[in-house]
Write a protein that binds this ligand. Sequence first.
Ligand code: NSP
Length: 224
Amino acid sequence: MKFTERLLEHVRPIWHENHRHPFVQGIGSGTLDKEKFRFYMIQDYLYLIEYAKVFAIGVLKARDLSTMGKFAKLLDSTINEEMSLHRQYAARFGISHEELETAKPSPTTLAYTHYMLHVSQNGTLAETVAAVLPCAWSYWEIGKALNTIEGASEHEFYGEWIQMYASEEFGTLAKWCIDLMDELAEGKSETELHDLEEIFLNTTRFEYMFWDMAFNEAMWPIDE
Ligand SMILES: Cc1ncc(CN)c(N)n1
């Protein structure tokens, strides 16, 4: 069994809940309240700024030029392709780039990005990949699943979101992360594999929390 198959086996119930989450289901049916999506899109923009930095750490920790180049490509495509989708949605909501970049992160966005950055700054390359893998992989799976719903990818508002995450380009990068995880897991001890599993589980949990945070538009319980 490949290591990534073992990882997936471990978190399958959470991935199932991600697919069933009303936020994800609402994108698929096209009925998601646009205010909730607006909240998500701003928080996701802030999330992606920090997520892109993890790929920069990947460049730093890579042992060969090919891996460095792939991390650089992931960084570039996050900032210039994935985040351009968010900029387009922001324009539709009448939100400026400045407003996007200076928005305040929610507690979940802060906790998730800080955890990823902590693991990648302090851990090995394998640990860095384990931290970002659920992000790339689970979005690709969700994109593909929503893309099978008739008419969903042509929806006037949510269609582009589905097209982005179901796309071959996004899938190729997610697949590269999966293959790299398997490669890096080779020859590791059971203790090291268990540690990687724990990191993968934690960011998988954060993925679920992010959908929930967006659906509930959850900021700090007490405003300043
Ligand atoms: C929270 C989250 N996780 C993952 C992705 C996919 N890069 C995203 N856009 N946002």
